[in-house]
Design a protein. Structure first.
Length: 370
């Protein structure tokens, strides 16, 4: 059946803590956005609390239904136990593997009109999600001078090229979104910045760098001279100076593509620039499947109190819509959220306000359907 005639099936995994409060908010926003497709929401079990009850953080049924029935998914948040728990492994890590979600795409966007232009940020970090130091291949040995621990860092041409291509696609999609918004505010052109440290790690980061760089040339060749990515410029930045510039002049970056570890670090750093973890969204992307997920964790300190900021989760839902091919309703959600933040009347405590999760959701719903 075509997109237009059947409901889009979304697997919903609220999981732990505030995920159970903010994900339902995102669901109601998706349902009420003018121009959004019709959805069918499928509630699925996952998370640490589910593990404590059943011994499994990600039941096979959840994986099977995501693979066989769902067009996309949304994740709430998962508790990470501070100590090692026998038999437990993160459902997110497993989901990324099972669904081959090799990219973590994280927009870092301020709200226009709340900060001066110099510090205004509107960037997307595209983080490789399958290799680098995260293959967790560590060894330790005893020597005469004490123990020596080593970790293997894997960078492959295949994974680097794939993430590079994703970054160019993101840059292209952003340029199209900007055109749709008719935004003169975003005067910057589409650009991909490759983040690496090849001056020191010339073999591994060298391969990452050349693989990403090859994307544009390959695309041009595959498309017989006139590549899709022609309009997108490309530059590179060593990860240390990347961090410096990100804090000094965040407005210079459009799309940043990074290996797993650098991506992890710079995206958390960049999140600090927008004011609260409660605002930052992400989507885990494969070639044909996407899973929206707020960047924050389960926030046990405020869970169950109707205090959590639902915006990260709501923006993640919009991001999911955008990547699933529905940019118009996604833009409506982004603007509704921006208006609510800019007005400053309904804000949760993390943004200095006194409103509840429900009140913020309500305010956003009102903007969408005045
Ligand atoms: P976890 O183990 O699940 O990651 P955590 O204690 O690290 O738990 P985070 O969710 O990472 O919790 O949050 C870090 C801090 O940011 C907490 O103080 C939390 O209350 C706050 N925070 C995170 N998300 C939100 C949100 N959506 N709204 C308000 N505050 C939030
Ligand atoms: Mg945390």
């Amino acid at each position: 059946l075509s997109k237009a005639t059947r409901a889009i099936k979304l697997g919903m995994m609220p999981a732990d803590g505030i995920g159970r409060e903010v994900l339902p908010s995102a669901q109601r926003v998706l349902q009420s956005t003018p121009g959004a497709p019709k959805f069918e929401f499928i509630q699925l079990a996952a998370g640490f609390e589910h593990f404590q009850k059943t011994g499994s953080a990600l039941p096979q049924e959840t994986v099977d239904r995501l693979k066989n029935e769902c067009d996309g998914a949304m994740f709430g948040s998962v508790s990470s136990p501070s100590h090692k728990v026998e038999g437990y492994s993160s459902p997110i890590v497993k989901l990324r593997k099972e669904l081959d979600l090799y990219a973590n795409i994280r927009p870092v966007v301020g709200v226009r009109g709340t900060k001066d232009d110099e510090k205004f940020i509107d960037s997307v970090i595209v983080r490789e999600n399958t290799e680098c130091l995260y293959i967790k291949s560590e060894t330790i040995e005893s020597t005469a001078e004490g123990q020596v621990a080593k970790a293997i860092r894997q960078i492959s041409e295949k994974a680097s090229t794939r993430i590079g291509k994703k970054a160019f696609q993101v840059a292209l999609a952003r340029a199209e979104m900007r055109a749709k918004q008719g935004s003169s505010a975003t005067k910057q052109g589409a650009n991909v910045t490759i983040c690496h440290k090849s001056n020191v790690l010339s073999t591994t980061d060298g391969l990452f760098r050349t693989s990403v760089r090859s994307v544009k040339e390959n695309d041009k060749r595959e498309n017989g001279g006139e590549g899709l990515f022609e309009q997108i410029t490309m530059d590179e930045q060593l990860v240390d100076s990347m961090v410096y510039r990100l804090f000094r002049e965040p407005h210079v970056f459009d799309v940043v593509v990074a290996p797993n570890l650098y991506g992890d670090i710079i995206s958390d750093g960049a999140a600090a620039l927008v004011g609260s973890l409660g605002l930052v969204s992400s989507v885990n992307a494969g070639d044909n499947f996407f899973m929206g997920e707020p960047v924050h964790g389960s926030a046990p300190d405020i869970a169950g109190q109707n205090k959590a900021n639902p915006i990260a989760s709501i923006r993640s839902a919009a991001l999911l819509l955008e990547y699933m091919g529905y940019p118009e309703p996604a833009l409506k959600i982004y603007s509704a959220v921006d208006e609510v933040i800019r007005e400053g009347k309904y804000l949760t405590p993390d943004l200095g306000g006194k409103s509840t999760t429900s009140q913020v959701e309500e305010a956003i719903l009102k903007k969408l359907n005045p």
